[in-house]
Each structure stands twice: as C-alpha cells, then as structure tokens.
Ligand binder design. Sequence first.
Ligand code: NG1
Length: 500
Amino acid sequence: MSLFAPTVHRLSDIYGADVDTQALRYARLAATFKATYGAQPDFIARAPGRVNIIGEHIDYCGFPVFPMAIAPDTLVAARANGSDHIRVSNTDSAKYPPRDFSVADMFEIDPTKHEWSNYFKCGYRGVLDHVSRQGGKGFDALIDGTVPAGGGLSSSAAFVCATQLAVQRIDGYDLTQAQLASAAARAERHVGVNAGGMDQAVSIMGQQDSALFIEFYPSLKAIPVKLPEAGPPFAFVIANTMVVSDKHVTAPTNYNLRVVETRIGALMLAKHLGIAERAACVGADPLTFKVVMDEYFVMSNVGSSNGQEVQGWVTRLEAMLSETDKLFGTHPQGYTRGEMAAALGVTTTELSAKIHEDQFPVRADRFKLLQRAQHAFSEALRVVKFRGICEQARETAGQGLGNLMNESQDSCRDLFECSCPELDEICDIARKAGSLGSRLTGAGWGGCSVHLVPADKVADVKQALADKYYAAHLPDLTAGQLSEVLFATKPGRGACYYVA
Ligand code: NG1
C-alpha cells in the first residue's frame, strides 16, 4: 500500500471500465472551472464515499470496522490564484452557492449553521492544523460530488478528504495517508458531530477489489482483505431508503448521544473492573471500550493486548460481554444522569465536562448503557469473525458472512436503536428475494442499506426492491433516479490526484 496519496493519469485506473461517463464528467468539471475562474485547474483531487460492510458505530469505541471504498466520490478541481482569498463553488450551485473566504475566515466554522462550505473549511483546517500553520496560499476550487448527501455513504468524509488533498498540494505539504485520515477525522468534528475515523480512513486508503479491516487503537492501521473468491461469486447491492438522516441536526439525540453512552459505559466499566486508576485509562482521551478491554487483559495477564488472531479477540470480547451484563444488567431501562454521576463518584456537572457537553451537547432522560455496550462488544465480535471467514475463503463463506450481517442489523435495530422502519422493510424484502445478509450501513436512522447477494440473484433482489419498496414509497422516481439509489457495487480505490 502506498504511503502517500497517488497521482493517476488515466481515469480507468480509478473507475475501471466505467470511463466514458467519468471522462465526460471530468471534462465538464474542467470547462466549468475555466468558465468560473478564467483558467484550467492545475489538478483534480478525488476522494470516494464508502459502504461499511460490517462494524457499525464501533469506530468511536476503538474497535475494528470492515468497510470498502466505492465509485461515487467528491472531486475538487483546484488552482492557486496568487491572492489571499479562497474561492469555492459547486457544480450544483443552486443547492450549494459559491463562497469567497479570506484565509482567516477559513478557521471560523460555526457548527450551529448548516452550511455546505463548512465541510470545505474542515478539509482546509485538517491540513493546516496538522502542520500547525495559521494559513496558506489563496486558491480557487470547484467541487463536484456524486455521493448522496445524508445517505450513509459518507459524502461528508469524501468531501473533507478530497479538500485536504487539494489543500496540501496547493500549499506544498505531503502528509502520509494515515496522517491525512486522522487529520480529516479530527477536522470533521468542527461541524459538531463527534465522529469516529472509519469513513476518512477508508476514503483515503481504499483498495481496488479489497475491503479494509481498519483498526484504530493503539494506532490507525488498514489491512486489505479480499472477499472470498471460493464458491459462487457475490456482489454488494446498495439500496438507499431515501429517508434523509441529517446527523448534524439530530446529533444530540442520535449520533452524539450514542457516542456519549459508549463513553460513559467505558468509564463505568473501567471502574467496575478495578482499572480506572491505571495510567492507560487515566491518560486515554477518550476512554473507549477498546482501551478498557486491552487494559483489563494486560492487568489480568490473559492473552496479549494486541492479539490479532480471531480466537484472542473472541475470548476477550466474550469476557467483556459477560462483565457488561453483570454491571449494567441492573438497569435495563437505562440510567439517569444522577445515577451515572453517582456510580462514577462525580457531580453531574463534572460528568457533563467529562463527556465534553460544551462541544457536543446531548439530550436524553435515560442513557441505555446496557444495550449500547452489548451492541458494541457483539458487533466487534462479528467484525473479527467476518474477517476470519473471508481469510478462510471456503465454499460456504457466503452464508456465514450473510448471517453475521443479519445479526448486525438485529443488533443495530434492537440494541443500538439506529435503524428505522424503512431500513427494516428494505432488509426484509431483500432477504426474501435472495440476499444472504442485509443491514443498514453508516450511521443509520435512514440512509443506505447494504446486501450481500449471490451474483445470480442480483437482478431478483433489485427487482423486488424496485417493486415492493420504491414503487410503493417513491412512485415518482424515474428509471435514471432509481439507478442512483439502487445499485450493485464492489470495492474501489481510495483517494488520489488526477492529472490528465
Ligand atoms: P456516516 O454517517 O455514514 O458518514 C457515521 C460516522 C462514522 C461511523 C458511522 C457508524 C461521520 C463522518 N461518520 O457514518 O465514523 O461512526 O456513522 O458506524 O460522522
């Protein structure tokens, strides 16, 4: 795997066979850039969206996830303009009007305003904060995106990552892929979502024909894993519910609340296991379930804390599940703030500071620590088992992988409560039509679903979804629109520069 974002000169190196549509798109982008700014762009930076195959809402718990990059992407055409201004426009100017910023403006991101250019500013800050600089050269940028916004395919990460690539090339930096991914994950938090790092890592490091097993702790590591080739081939079908889940708007009751529930869960579990005062826990920022698990096993000398082998993971995660039930099983209805503060021996104000509520406020009467922890540990277990099945590459792999995806959906629906009726309905229709495994992908509460489908059943699954879901819920969709919300995909390459 290359250490730095590569530069490619042929569109086929990015999109495989689908070059004609892309050639037209890139030519239009260059022409619009020239019409807008009076010159050709120097280069185009490109970063893809992703589908998370399995491992939902556990990146911010420090656990491994298993996504793949896909073809839909964000392009940033750019050129230094010799001024101290940064001008940015979008090919969809009706929805995303042009903006003109001074370098100082680029550091002002107001998370209370839902403003498209905030993501551009995040990308800018990602690079500049990483190199500890207050500003760089002025430039012009034109954005074009094909990842649906709010659809669970990570349009925001694609946007932030592509912007980072553009900014570092304009300003003459060369961050490694791991640095770019970590910088983008930190930067995206400026818009007020306390996100993990999965999307940025796979957008930057995605590999053609492989999914990635991404570990975050003790450091970011992406291991390409081929999907089993033994047995009948299968495809991933993506179906968008078209229920737009705006993470940014619903964060206090959905995404950020889930992050907080797992963080408080980790603090209480560390205390319960008698390891809260150990340096690794005190110094962890944030303290996650993964840190707690590793530290507990270091202390009790059971297995290595970095054990990669499937059985090592299974032993440790099962032990954590059992401790979870012992500790949180007394409160199946959830905890009040007062109960959690008392359990940790702090005031509710101190608890609020611990979970950074000034930056990421949350709203809930009860915090469902039992269910969230059960999901996190069992989902991590499914991820390592999924990888294990891929590596064994047996004839029967498809069913095993599909079962894990179905169990993941059940857990997301019942324990993590991040599904929605439309996602459940789509999964049900797809399974009945031949999908081996169907689940939501991304944050959930709407957005996209992913289905593991034997190649000879792809047409049946798509037809069933078209007839039973889309015709019923969205009768006005044209055939062209349908192909954008319901499609088969395979692992694509990560971010790169394109220079003709
Ligand atoms: P989406 O909303 O699909 O981009 C979000 C987070 C991920 C991860 C998933 C749930 C951002 C940028 N991404 O993905 O880090 O936590 O939810 O697995 O917020």
